[in-house]
Design a protein around this ligand. Structure first.
Ligand SMILES: [Fe+2]
Ligand SMILES: [Fe+2]
Ligand SMILES: [Fe+2]
Length: 429
């Protein structure tokens, strides 16, 4: 990471991260195409908010709330998201939680509590029958009323697995039938008029989105965050890293803690090998973020006991590439992106996705590879207990020169399992 970019441009990094998160959601729903719904909701919020005379500062935050309203869906099993036909009560309860999970992801960033609450409430209904908090009427902030009308309108105009996109007249009919129950009648009337006069086009992407994306990249989003971003090194990057770690953990409970342990062990190995302080920091951060691309792999595949099928394996093997694509969207994390993208390469070039040999793979990627192997072997999964550290040592010893970089492997083998355990315990949550 480039310190200069980071410290002169923190707000940009925050905004880039949020825009990247919206992308993560599109990646996550490959089996349930989102058709850029989130992008259009973000745009729609700004257009409606402008018409209602909301302040520029509010429009900015609404844009991001629109973009990220469904981010909590990464916690919902893809089988449920992709289900055709009626959901069972139990499945519906699971889907409902996306509001709460999404709000927690956003609340992990400094100064974004209000935005987090808007996301939490985007399924609250005017008559108090919505979720998760059962707000009634004016208890629902106007910003949220806007988000929920445009969210519903655009959803009806977006094709889904169980139906085509609905014709606009049909969408009108449905929304009008929900006036006073789901929606504030005044708000709904205003939005429907805008659609009639074509100042708002649900279901269609417009050029305006690119304009907004640019416009809202370099402006300060969080009001009270300045103090939070102070600090050097890790402290300065902490909010963004925590955000992504939160996203990865929300996706898969069983890998919770994995990223943290890989980070701790990678940092330790980098120190032990006498690397430059900047590289030690890189190892720590890349360790935390290496599996960011796993958000693209369905949970049921990640948690499957036994061998994945060929098709599932192909999907799993793509995750380092996705880690790269997700992280490279954040300017200050470009080199972290490269490191994360290569954590499954092997020393002899038989790894994936690029089949790079040891001399072509970043040394920190090779550090992460060892830390990752150690933790994958020793930690419990959904379908099995953790295995013994001795087994991990054996695998790493036998992989010297084929799977693993000899010098990194030696640094690892010179460290006892008791030491590693104690190190992990220092940071147990
Ligand atoms: Fe939603
Ligand atoms: Fe991985
Ligand atoms: Fe991993």
């Amino acid at each position: 990471m480039d310190d200069k970019v980071f410290y002169s441009d923190r707000e940009k990094i925050l905004n880039e991260s949020l825009q990247t998160l919206a992308l993560v959601l599109e990646y996550n729903t490959r089996d349930y195409p989102a058709h850029q719904h989130a992008i259009r909701v973000g745009e729609g919020c700004v257009i409606i908010g402008e018409k209602l005379g909301l302040k520029p500062d509010t429009l900015l935050r609404m844009y991001y709330a629109g973009l990220l309203h469904d981010i909590g869906k990464i916690s919902v099993d893809q089988k449920i998201l992709a289900k055709k036909g009626k959901l069972t009560d139990h499945e519906f309860e699971i889907i409902k939680k996306h509001t709460i999970y999404g709000s927690r992801i956003l609340a992990s960033l400094p100064g974004l509590n209000e935005l987090a609450l808007w996301v939490r409430w985007h399924h609250e209904w005017w008559n108090g029958t919505g979720y998760p908090d059962g707000l009634i009427g004016d208890e629902i902030p106007i910003e949220v009323q806007i988000i929920s009308v445009i969210d519903c309108f655009d959803s009806l105009q977006t094709p889904r697995l169980d139906r085509e996109r609905l014709p606009q007249e049909k969408a009108f009919e449905i929304l009008e039938s929900e006036s006073g129950t789901h929606f504030n009648p005044e708000m709904l009337k205003c939005v429907l008029e805008m659609v009639k006069e074509k100042t708002l086009l649900p279901g269609k992407s417009s050029e305006k989105f690119l304009e907004l994306k640019e416009k809202y990249l370099n402006v300060s989003l969080s009001r009270f965050s300045s103090g939070y971003w102070e600090g050097s090194g890790m402290a300065g990057l902490y909010p963004i890293i925590r955000l992504f770690a939160q996203v990865i953990d929300t996706k898969n409970q069983y890998t919770k803690g994995h990223s943290l342990r890989v980070s701790i062990l990678s940092k330790f190995l980098a120190e032990k090998m006498g690397m430059h302080p900047k590289d030690i920091l890189r190892a720590e951060i890349a360790g935390l973020l290496h599996d960011a691309g796993k958000v693209t792999v369905p949970t049921e595949i990640l948690d499957k006991p036994g061998q994945p099928t060929e098709e599932e394996w192909q999907m799993i093997k793509k995750h380092p590439g996705y880690s790269y694509h997700i992280l490279k969207g954040i300017t200050a994390l470009k080199d972290i992106a490269k490191i994360a993208g290569c954590h499954h390469e092997k020393y002899d070039g038989s790894g994936y996705p690029l089949k790079l040999t040891g001399d072509k793979t970043h040394i920190i990627s090779q550090i992460i590879s060892i830390a990752d192997t150690y933790d994958a072997v020793t930690s419990a999964r959904a379908y099995r207990e953790g295995q013994s550290p001795q087994l991990a040592y054996k695998i790493i010893r036998e992989g010297i020169g084929t799977q693993f970089h000899p010098q990194v492997a030696q640094a690892f083998l010179d460290t006892s399992a008791k030491y590693i355990n104690a190190l992990f315990d220092l940071y147990r949550e």
